[in-house]
Design a protein. Structure first.
Lengths: 247, 247
DNA sequence: GTAATAAAGTGCCTTTTTTACACTAATAAC
DNA sequence: GTTATTAGTGTAAAAAAGGCACTTTATTAC
């Protein structure tokens, strides 16, 4: 087998990861200041080349692990970029993934060792090649995904408060939400378990911790039921660029 | 340039196209009975290998042109498949595109010359490799896309009647819609122009033709406004497989 | 030419969902 | 014990979605 293919071109295939984190009430990206050519010294996404013997998903996982030391990262394929002039050198096909991680001090050090930094989503600098385009697409995909799937929890610690969760939604969608309506909607989904414990750092009164009930969620999806995690109606949307939306 | 890469593996990159058409009130796919190895005689999607000098989009366009003779096809990148054992022979990365075309007698002949046939979406046979997975994903993407973007018109002739349009929505979503509510919603979007002409094949009374006003639509999107093309509420969805939804 | 047939076209009312809005509760700091 | 700060709670009005039945138009058959 394989001889059918012998006439065809082969290509470099890269994996680039858009890594989201949530910290200090802000949605952030993990970006690299490149220590190697090409484009040494410029900002870029974390990436690497696909090996012959690994799947795309495995490759993306490997690259995420290299940078963060983490293993069970929530990760989804985003889009594949392949314009002829998209990078310097021989054209490389780039399959992109976005990842959601819980920012943590330990991982932070590993990331810093790679020259990586957390950058607020609205302060992303000029990145090499078409990486800014990738970031924009990842952000708009995250925004539309969060309506359909409870992925926000991937960005928060195991235990979180409702004000924290609301902050996250506000940071992702860049809009203020009504506290009462937010709580009503998010609780009526029925997948949050209230704990007896309170978080007392950020207020005198303290806010109760909640946990996302993953088992219950999986039970529902197995039955073929999916929920909307909408916190706001979205019949008419304003976007800065329709291209970013992939629409 | 290019020497930075010299250590990395190169890969075959294929393009596979999921081609949708609408005919006889049914949503259909253009499928091939393969005339060549590997898997000669089996059903598959139309595909081909990426050339060194073309972008992914150009490659997909080339392949669609080969099969249909058409040039201005609505086409979008769907997903990239790269499991190590996804095909026979050396692993090939497959970048998939879905396309929406207006079925036409002329094109039909060209397609048939390639051994291609239109097959109703719920009668799709077993396809080679992971092509059935691709079809399922394309269908669920089409379903969610049609809510956000007026792409249904890509499947209909220039002039179409409201009953035809409703049939299309019903075929895509596999559900019956109320005539009155459908017309109300689709017309209040304000992007359909009623013509003075009637279609008289399918009823004695005849139904007025409408045209999709693309200029008006582009004007809106340029302003950063997007509409919902929902014809039904979708807070709670039943799906047969969550994987197909890419969720 | 008139009756039968068949699909196109039209409006209103009910239910559900969304939104807007303001006070009380708990605790720590002083 | 007063003050300050954020957590937590319910209701009513507005908007959207959903359900439902008759009239119109033109052809065909007699």
């Amino acid at each position: 087998m394989g001889n059918y293919y012998s006439n065809y071109d082969k290509h470099y295939v890269a994996l680039d990861c858009i890594i989201f984190g949530f910290e200090g009430g802000e949605l952030k990206l993990l970006l690299l200041k490149r220590k190697f050519e090409p484009a040494k010294g410029e900002w870029s996404l974390m990436g690497g080349f696909l090996d012959k013997s690994e799947s795309l998903d495995d490759g993306a996982r490997r690259i995420l692990h290299q940078l963060t030391g983490l293993n069970d990262i929530y990760m989804e394929q985003l889009f594949t970029y392949g314009d002829v002039n998209r990078d310097s050198g021989e054209r490389t096909i780039s399959v992109t993934y976005y990842a959601l991680i819980k920012v943590d001090e330990n991982d932070r050090k590993l990331a810093e060792a790679h020259g990586a930094q957390w950058v607020a989503i609205n302060k992303v600098p000029k990145l090499i090649f078409d990486h800014n385009k990738m970031v924009n697409k990842a952000l708009s995909t995250l925004r539309s995904k969060i309506v359909r799937k409870p992925i926000g929890f991937e960005l928060l610690p195991e235990k979180f408060t409702l004000p924290q969760l609301q902050n996250l939604y506000e940071a992702i969608n860049q809009e203020q939400l009504d506290k009462r309506n937010f709580r009503k909607r998010i609780l009526e989904i029925g997948l949050l378990d209230k704990l007896d414990e309170k978080e007392k750092e950020s207020s005198k009164k303290g806010a109760f911790y909640y946990k996302f009930n993953k088992e219950k969620y999986l039970l529902y999806t197995e039955k073929g039921l999916l929920f909307h995690f909408k916190v706001k109606k979205d019949n008419l949307i304003k976007v800065s660029s329709t291209e970013d939306l992939g629409i």
